[in-house]
Design a protein around this ligand. Structure first.
Ligand code: SF4
Length: 502
């Protein structure tokens, strides 16, 4: 192998989609920063990384638009490389189709394989920038035997097609890890450490998903669940805290599945217990929850860990049993409600958010009404609602998308309206209480500095910086600081108050 020395360039990372994608982009950014590359606008960058999302149609269309723009840019510029990552990358078949449509993409990359990025730049950027040639040992490419109908058991190997472009012949690059049958290694480039972590940092703990929800493309694109080893996570968490993180959000598509595939099967609460020992780490959050993996023991242990924040994001998607079956969510409505009731018993101050899809294939008015009934029954703090859009490659893509767009929009607004009322009522119960808030942002509003942050229950809180005559007035507030706020007003979306000294 060659010693890597890469001439510097400029990069731009475009990110859409979920927190997992944001966390992945942070990793790529760290890696490029460590290589001495400089962040720039898309127009100025030598490397544009598109971190894509296929969960809904709109973000995928945006990526296609950008790829078309980048194709034009590449025709005019010889110093531009384009890399694609995220959910648009699936198996070899998907990559082949994308490559045929966009031959100007230089790199298809999964985040698990991000440690090949320096090698890619070494090979391609060094040639483009004229800084010399390289000596790379090659390993054979792996064949990909999955089809769109199967969930890949292992993450696909990094793939570099051997087509010829203006910048030279593309090359099959060496693999860092070749998973063998029976091994499910969630390989993340562990050496990636941010120079400076944001006070709220992401920690992906389970990659992929083993569920087969009929509307969802994620398992086809991100593969099966692979838990990252506890030791690796502890090292990364300590590093993030050393670099400034005060709050870690543990990420997984079904986060309570953590550890099921590891040799000694630790669970999410075990991981949180270990993370709680890290000095300087103040808050632990986690998402996304799945009711069937959430055991009583797990909930009880999490509820007793002071650093674990009282907030659960637990998508239900529909309030109707027939719909849940069509969606293949893997639980009945009764099971879901039973889990919520149990969580509320074991963790009394918990706040809840959920996801709802309206207008899924065949959704009748009655089925939709059951979703509205569920919202009234559970009274979630936050509801993320989306109108169903077909995702090619999913099971549901073979079914008729038969709810008209106007009806989907009507149902979406109906959910928003009911939820707005519920959230407003729930938030009134905070008025008069003092909440611990971690500052996320400071900005000027009406000539006075305003703090924006979240309480432990994940509610957005705003308060003006105390004036200079108060005891807190001399403090300079930064993201990551903690402040106590007496809540004076509440809307459906946020709480507002004044900072107080306890
Ligand atoms: S649980 Fe269902 S919706 Fe969530 S990522 Fe897995 S397949 Fe998709």
């Amino acid at each position: 192998m060659t010693t890597i020395s890469i001439p510097r360039g400029k990069y731009h990372i475009w990110t859409v989609g979920c927190q997992m994608n944001q966390a992945d982009s942070q990793r790529i950014q760290t890696m490029l920063d460590e290589l001495g590359w400089e962040e720039a606008s898309m127009e100025q960058a030598n490397l544009v990384v598109l971190n894509t999302c296929s969960v809904r149609q709109a973000p995928e269309e945006k990526a296609h638009n950008l790829l078309a723009q980048l194709k034009r840019a590449k025709n005019e510029r010889s110093d531009l490389l384009v890399a694609l990552m995220g959910c648009m990358i699936g198996n070899q078949k998907t990559i082949d189709a994308l490559e045929k449509r966009y031959p100007h993409i230089d790199l298809f990359m999964k985040v698990e394989h991000a440690d090949i990025l320096p090698r890619f730049l070494e090979e391609r950027w060094t040639l483009i920038s004229g800084a010399g040639c390289l000596d790379i040992e090659f390993m054979p490419d792996a064949s990909d035997e999955t089809t769109d109908d199967e969930i890949p058991v292992f993450p696909d190997l990094p793939t570099f097609a051997t087509s010829t472009s203006r910048a030279g012949k593309r090359t099959v690059l060496p693999m860092a890890i070749t998973p063998k049958p029976g091994e499910r290694i969630a390989h993340y480039p562990t050496k990636i450490e941010p120079a400076k972590a944001s006070p709220s940092a992401w920690l992906p703990i389970v990659l992929g998903c083993n569920k087969v929800c009929t509307y969802c493309i994620v398992p086809y694109r991100r593969g099966r669940e692979r838990s990252r080893p506890m030791d690796e996570l502890m090292i990364e968490a300590r590093s993030l805290v050393d670099k400034g993180a005060k709050e870690l959000t543990l990420l997984g598509q079904t986060v309570e599945a953590y550890g099921l595939d590891l040799p000694d099967q630790p669970d999410l609460a075990d991981l949180m217990t270990n993370l709680s020992e890290i000095d300087g780490l103040e808050r632990i959050r986690f998402m996304t929850s799945y009711p069937r993996h959430m055991t009583d023991s797990m909930i009880e242990r999490m509820a007793h860990l002071p650093k674990v924040c009282e907030h659960l994001n637990i998508p239900v998607q529909s309030g109707d049993d027939a719909m849940l079956k069509r969606m293949k969510r893997g639980y009945s409505l009764d099971e879901y409600v039973e889990r919520i009731e149990r969580v509320r018993e074991l963790w009394p101050d918990i706040t809840l958010s959920t996801d709802i899809i309206v207008g899924f294939c065949g959704e009748t008015e009655e089925e939709f009404q059951h979703t509205l009934d569920l919202l009234e029954k559970i009274r979630f703090d936050v509801v993320h609602v989306a109108a169903y859009s077909v995702r090619p490659g999913t099971v549901a893509a073979r079914w008729e998308d038969d709810v008209p767009l106007a009806e989907k929009k009507r149902r979406l607004h109906a959910v928003e309206e009911i939820q707005g009322k519920i959230a407003f009522e729930l938030n009134q119960s905070y008025v008069g209480k003092v909440e611990e808030v971690m500052v996320e942002d400071t900005n000027m509003t009406h000539g006075r500095q305003q703090l924006k942050g979240r309480n432990r229950g994940n509610k957005l809180v705003f308060c003006p910086v105390p004036d200079s005559t108060s005891s807190e007035g001399q403090r300079v507030f930064q993201p990551g600081d903690f402040v106590h706020v007496r809540i004076e007003r509440a809307t459906a979306w946020s709480l507002q108050g004044e900072a107080v000294v306890l």
